[in-house]
Ligand binder design. Sequence first.
Ligand code: FPP
Length: 257
Amino acid sequence: MTKIEALPPERRPSHVAIIMDGNGRWARKRLLPRSAGHAAGISAVRRVVAAAREIGLQYVTLYAFSTENWRRPKTEIAFLMGLLRQYFDSDLKQLKADNVRVRIIGGRDGLEKDIAGLVADAQDMTAANTGLHLSFAFNYGGREEIVAAARNLARQVRDGKLDADAIDCTMFASSLQTAGIPDPDLLIRTSGEHRLSNFLLWQSAYAEFVFIDTLWPDFSGEDLHKALAEYAGRDRRFGGVDSASDTPPRPLRAGAD
Ligand code: FPP
């Protein structure tokens, strides 16, 4: 597998975020219960972590459970909670040994006590690790995250601790749960769906999107590789113009390019 160093520096993503979608359809195709798709999804998580480490990615964020996923049947929710428990029970030691730093973004409210405890342990046990920074978005919603940050800043203004005029994008970003994590360069969604589904709304402002048809349980290191190759071929302008371009800039539309 090609190492990230094989790509020119400006073509290397530092942070890859993934919407792991298609577990249910994967199971249905095999006449299995949806839970079997989620269980198979854990193997794909392991594959992607292994591939990310091998390639040398610095940050990976996986969308594992959204604030909207509470609308699913109780049995499915319980199964997904159980999978998180199982995953940390079985993999945390190895992640620690592999120098992976684990972080969980998302609300702690509504999580069972033992899960909240596991999440805290996973973060504490790996806090000193310096390799792959692996975040799980669990009970996560981008809008909720933005509202919480705004509320927190508003309280500081109310209490006279912060000048409202001092609030800028940098300060706002450091009030989000992803504080300290760079914005995703590449956002991958599996299963052929083309939506953001409340994932990293603020952080994805300039992410490159790659949508692939593979259902999440089938996601392989090779799929990650293909997405990185596609990313490497993209021209990121962040609202400006290509530095090599000698053509005059096109008129800006709202929101830029
Ligand atoms: C979306 O597929 C997937 C989820 C809501 C759960 C993602 C969870 C995993 C991959 C396993 C859990 C991982 C950890 C670390 C706990 P879907 O069920 O919406 O699929 P469908 O659109 O085909 O129905």
